[in-house]
Design a protein around this ligand. Structure first.
Ligand code: BGC
Length: 750
């Protein structure tokens, strides 16, 4: 990688070799741009064009590029024809970029953008379907272009460390390998459409509590094994064009000022060639930020000033305006920032402007969004994401021919709760609520009755009184008692699970446990559906409940997707990308969350999620990787070729998987590596491969994985590198982290 980087830097900085003379020369009036200039020549490489353009820029112009001009746009430079990079929030669809949301509070009227609402990140992760995530990235990028924007702020690849993080729904769950593969797929989908993604939030944005001030103490091994792999893969495998730094501090330093993160790790270790943007309002200094390798401060211009001037914005810890051109120029002139540094940062932004094609082919608004093809990707994603967690006596799938009445109950039944709250929440043209989806699918022959059962906590105060609760619950139990089947849709909503706040408790909102218990008592044929992004406590009712489905926040199509699963039009194939613990006190970071005096110690280290539950023998409610199907799968013939590992020679792992049931379905085969001989403590196993395979009844398919040395390695704090200890590993394949079906030894010889 470093070899690839060297020529780029050499070309890019040929002009910058004499960095200080350039700075002096820049105080003179900018020259008129001649008719032919290499940077306008689309035949030349982005690196050459960036270097040429850089050599024609004044210091003031360069400094101008280092901060935004607007809430969601970088600065254009008209003299040179440099376009603004026009951004929009994602990652779960395209969100209005006007900035007049609850976050910005800007006075301008909000610009309405109605685009496709895709399932939340955790739901996409539950599909374990790289190709689908790539298609999602592609569909979102097409909408970005159709709306005349250039950059989507996603994917979110932060790891689910605690079940209470308000933004767990945005990320891809608890496992770094799964997050890495899906992040790569999303980026490939976006960049393949010449749209700029932004992998966020670098690094370790794992709680919203005091997100601007919290200081996370994380050791190097934990960073490398858990909190960096998805970013590393984004850079090394997908060549991600931009990364967004996080709000929080890591080991005492704000991420936007961390030379260790932005320069030593990102630029040097991963050989990142793109640019880093700050998270919105996460900068606190000029020279330290620029010198750390933070290239673009966002937001900028008047919206930034208006926002920072509002009461509360800075009080909660937002900072900004530090990379405004005058401040940067002053620091350069004072000798606190070198010309070479400015050229590096600006050169990175310019390179992406050329590489993405937005210099030569600007995106213009007016295209179509929410096309049938895009909605179909959202529908397939929502369907594949649904996880069937319990299905006693094969209560599901429902047979519409045999059912006369269904009671659909719950605060999440009649309202489409498409996503969690904050910057990722998309406003779709339409959204299908579970009740709508079930009604449509059930058809005229089935009576579908609805009862609220309990109000969503805090949403309608009149529904939160004890009298109202008693009445609503009674109505629900009666509806359930008179129906053949009851479907209770419970969960949270965008004001409880959201950016800016953590969730206060792992328990479902007030009254929902009681509602489930009352409905299950009234009707033994009850299906509980969870509409959540975070794990929730189920201990009160799980034993008594015959069927349980996790539908996540599934975007605009979720209600129809749910109905297709309940009625068996689609066979559930989602698998948990996160362990569902029994109780909050069982979780690995319990006791080391929120922190003391704004410091939070990641004392559990690498032991998060199944790495903790499986190693320390703590039984979760449902394990990582788990999900039921309406059919069954048999695994056979596990084979390793060659039978031994040495050097960097890849090992092929193959097996056969058969659909031994009577319905078509998909299985996610998971590969874990167990290292029982390492010199340092390691989790009992770690995910190192997965394949989603679709099989007709009776069909068998061969499944292949390739293992490399990295799959056997851990991060050695001593060697400051990845190390695989010679000896015998165990290669495991299974249907969840706790359902290992087959294993074989693999000896690493040298
Ligand atoms: C969020 C980012 C988002 C940005 C712009 C921040 O508050 O953390 O994820 O992209 O705002 O809206």
């Amino acid at each position: 990688m470093r070899r690839i980087l060297a020529p780029f830097l050499a070309v890019l900085f040929a002009a910058a070799a004499c960095s200080s003379p350039i700075i002096h020369a820049q105080s003179v009036a900018p020259a008129v741009v001649p008719a032919y200039v290499p940077y306008k020549d689309a035949q030349l490489s982005p690196e050459k064009r960036a270097a040429d353009l850089l050599s024609r820029m004044t210091l003031e112009e360069k400094a101008t590029l280092l901060s935004g001009s607007d809430w969601m746009a970088s600065a254009p430079i008209e003299r040179l024809g440099i376009p603004a990079i026009k951004m929009a929030d994602g990652p779960l669809g395209v969100r209005s970029w006007a900035g007049s949301s609850a976050i910005t509070g800007l006075p301008d009227a909000p610009l309405k953008v109605l685009s496709t609402s895709f399932p939340s990140g955790v739901a996409m992760a539950a599909t374990w379907d790289r190709a689908l995530v790539q298609r999602e990235g592609q569909a979102i990028a097409q909408e970005v272009k159709a709306l005349g924007r250039d950059m989507i702020l996603g994917p979110t690849v932060n790891i689910n460390r605690v079940p209470l993080w308000g933004r767990n729904f945005e990320g891809y769950g608890e496992d770094p390998y799964l997050s890495a593969r899906l992040g790569v797929a999303y980026i490939q989908g976006v960049q393949g459409e010449s749209v700029i993604p932004s992998v966020k939030h670098f690094d370790a944005n794992n709680e919203e509590f005091e997100r601007h001030r919290i200081d996370e103490q994380i050791d190097a091994r934990t960073l490398h094994e858990i909190y960096l792999p998805a970013f590393k893969a984004a850079v090394e495998e997908a060549n991600a064009w931009t990364v967004m730094s996080a709000y929080n501090k890591v080991n005492g330093v704000h991420c936007a000022e961390s030379a260790e993160l932005l320069t030593d790790i990102l630029r040097k270790e991963f050989a990142f060639k793109g640019f880093v943007t700050s998270d919105w309002g996460s900068t606190y200094s000029t020279a330290a930020t620029v010198n750390a390798g933070m290239d673009l401060e966002m937001p900028g211009g008047t919206p930034m000033k208006t926002w920072l001037a509002q009461p509360g914005t800075q009080a909660v810890g937002n900072g900004g305006g530090w990379l405004a051109a005058d401040k940067v120029v002053a620091e350069v002139k004072a000798g606190h920032i070198s010309g070479a540094r400015i050229d590096d940062n600006v050169g990175r932004i310019l390179r992406v402007i050329f590489l993405s094609g937005i210099f030569d082919h600007p995106h213009t608004a007016g295209g179509e969004v929410n096309t049938p093809a895009q909605a179909a990707v959202a529908r397939q994603s929502a369907t594949e994401s649904i996880v069937l967690l319990k299905n006693a006596d094969s209560l599901l799938p429902l047979d519409a021919a045999k059912i006369h009445t269904i009671a659909v109950i719950g605060p999440n039944a009649a309202v489409a709760r498409t996503g969690g709250g904050g910057s990722s929440l998309v406003e779709p043209k339409y959204a299908i609520a579970p009740l709508d989806g079930i009604r449509t699918r059930a058809g005229a022959g089935v009576e579908v009755k609805y009862a609220l059962g309990v109000g969503m906590e805090g949403e309608v105060p009149a529904q939160d009184t004890p009298e109202a609760r008693t009445k609503l619950m009674k109505e629900a139990a009666e509806a359930a008692a008179h129906a053949d089947v009851a479907v209770v849709v419970v969960g949270r909503y965008e004001k409880i699970e959201r950016e800016d706040f953590d969730v206060k408790t792992m328990d479902l909102p007030a009254g929902q446990d009681e509602l489930i218990e009352a409905v299950v008592r009234a009707n033994p044929h009850t299906i509980v559906v969870l509409n959540t992004g975070d794990p929730v406590t189920m201990t009160r009712w799980i034993e008594k409940t015959p069927a349980l489905v996790e539908m996540w926040y599934g975007g605009q199509e979720a209600g129809a997707a749910l109905a297709s699963i309940l009625f068996g039009d689609a066979n559930p194939s989602g698998k948990l990308p996160v362990s569902l613990p029994k109780e909050w006190k069982d979780t690995p970071a319990y006791g080391n969350y929120l922190g003391v005096n704004l410091k939070v110690n990641y004392a559990e280290g690498i032991y998060i999620g199944y790495r903790y539950y499986d190693t320390k023998n703590v039984e979760p409610q449902f394990p990582f990787g788990f999900g039921l199907s309406y059919t069954s799968f048999e695994y056979s013939g596990l084979k390793l070729t060659p039978g031994k590992a040495s050097g960097n020679e890849p090992v092929e792992v193959s097996l056969n998987v058969k659909n031994s049931g009577s319905r078509a379905g998909a299985e996610v085969i998971q590969l874990y590596v167990h290292d029982g001989h390492s010199k340092i403590d390691r989790p009992v196993h770690e995910l190192k491969g997965f394949q989603r395979v679709e099989l007709q009844p009776g069909e068998t398919k061969a499944v292949h994985f390739t293992l490399d040395r990295a799959a056997l390695s851990y991060w050695s704090p001593e060697k400051k590198n990845w190390v695989a200890d010679l000896g015998t590993f165990e290669i495991q394949v299974g249907a969840s982290s706790r359902d290992i079906r087959m294993h074989q030894p693999l000896k690493l010889e040298r």
